[in-house]
Design a protein around this ligand. Sequence first.
Ligand code: ADP
Ligand code: ASP
Ligand code: MG
Length: 402
Amino acid sequence: MAFIVQKFGGSSVANAERIRRVAGIIADTYVDDNDVVVVLSAQGDTTDDLIEKAKEINPNPSKREMDMLLSTGEQMSVALMAMALEKMGLPVVSLTGWQIGLSTNSEYGSARIKKIAGDRIRTELDRRRIVLVAGFQGINKYDDITTLGRGGSDTTAVAIAAAMHADLCQIYTDVEGVFTSDPRKVPNARKLDEITYDEMLELASLGAQVLHNRSVEMAKRYGVNLEVLSSFERKPGTKVKEVTKKVEQTKISGIAKDTNVARIAVMGLKDVPGIAFKVFQVMAKKKINVDIILQSIGRGDTQDISFTVPQSDTETARAALLEAQEAIGFSDLSVDESVAKVSIVGAGMMTSSGIAALMFEALYDAKVNIQMISTSEIKVSVLVDEKDADRAVTAIHSKFFD
Ligand code: ADP
Ligand code: ASP
Ligand code: MG
């Protein structure tokens, strides 16, 4: 007997037939004498459709009302799944975020989980019920509904597994596990049997949407036994853990692409101490995450500073910089959203040299121009033209894995 948390994503519960299939997986786990908590996402494109619906009414709705709306998708899923399990004669209860006491901060649209009061879930499990929880949602100190950011149901699942000391957290999705690159874009991508938390965290943060990055962060912090697997085929998936045994001598674990980036260039800055501080202080005040940074010599005795920000923050960044133009002292500002970040990730980079060079060689062979570069112990990222990004990923993938 084990305590298992299972999460099923939107495509896994997209229609009645898929709900029945997933109900079968849940039922098998339950009749094997396990405690089962199931977290569900909204069906198929429901969340996107709700966003569209909102836009029809008001292009600029408050974030509170957006969360009120978006949280309904997950509620539908758990109720429907409960009905499917009821029909199979199994004891089941569906619960919302507030019913399980999942409290968050008040950042509507990207709230962070503060605590999960596990008592309701515990009581239901003790009654031998299957517990279905609506993912992606919580409640803040005002008793208002919040959501955790796109893809956030993964984080709901890992948070429950961590808070309640589950033996295993399984993330069921529409691919067989974590691959060396997005298997829908790179046909030769290979499934990984295992990957470390650190590598997975980098991949997720750098654009591999298979896991919500906060879910990986939390899994690492609490040592959650995490597994990514397919809800369509009953096969072993990918284990995400602290250390992996390197069976295969691959230099990197994976390649990710992120198109949600913009490049901002602040030009004609004075070349004196304190300028970078002034520029990035403005970004910090707006809580904008700055990633790749490039400082270069400008015309005359000036300097330019370029950096990347999430595309969703472009307007805020531009406005804040223009407002501070006089205080910072720059002549021009340019913003380019037609860029993408392509990254390679692998713990092996720490001990093996020449990996970045291999990546650059692949880009050279594919005639892809590199605009910016950044590296850390376990990753190398390059900024390229958005239209070159898929070609870049494929070329790098062949270089490392073929
Ligand atoms: P879910 O609805 O189950 O949460 P997501 O769409 O959020 O599913 O995540 C699964 C998708 O992530 C896959 O369909 C795949 O296209 C994409 N993906 C991107 N990078 C990777 C990767 N390295 N390994 C596996 N899947 C990836
Ligand atoms: N339904 C939400 C989304 O589409 C949360 C999730 O699927 O994890 O982003
Ligand atoms: Mg997802």
